[in-house]
Design a protein around this ligand. Sequence first.
Ligand SMILES: [Fe+2]
Ligand SMILES: [Fe+2]
Length: 156
Amino acid sequence: MNAVELLKQDHVVVKQLLEKLSHTTERGIKTRRELVNRLYAELSVHTEIEEQIFYPAYLKAGGKKDAVLYHEAKEEHRTVDALVLPDLLKTDPATLPFAGHAKVLKELLEHHIEEEEKDMFPKASKLLGKDQLEALGAQMEARRKALKESMTAHAA
Ligand SMILES: [Fe+2]
Ligand SMILES: [Fe+2]
């Protein structure tokens, strides 16, 4: 699978989880917990393969102008990982602030995903070319599988 298709596949999963979460209420404590845990797992893996494999390849292939998108995307990851996601994880799902954190996370990630898909991915496709996209895709697929397996091992 090519790198962009693989990342877009992850995006579909993340967007579905965010959508489901947005329809929960303070009464759906168990559902909220499950959804947040799944989001956390999906995002950790996705962010890692982007930051360790895809983004560096994009940065290397592009010029100065393309680098702005890279730094912007990294900053958005940092906001989610260091601030919004930890807030959501430590907030009681039976409370109103939970919905606030969930809404901000959804808005941030939808914006981030849209920018990746509309700006960075098309640019990366042109810069990297078909063969490199396939090679990166294979590399990310293997890393994604390994990360998910180690997560399940730790959870068990
Ligand atoms: Fe991203
Ligand atoms: Fe992404």
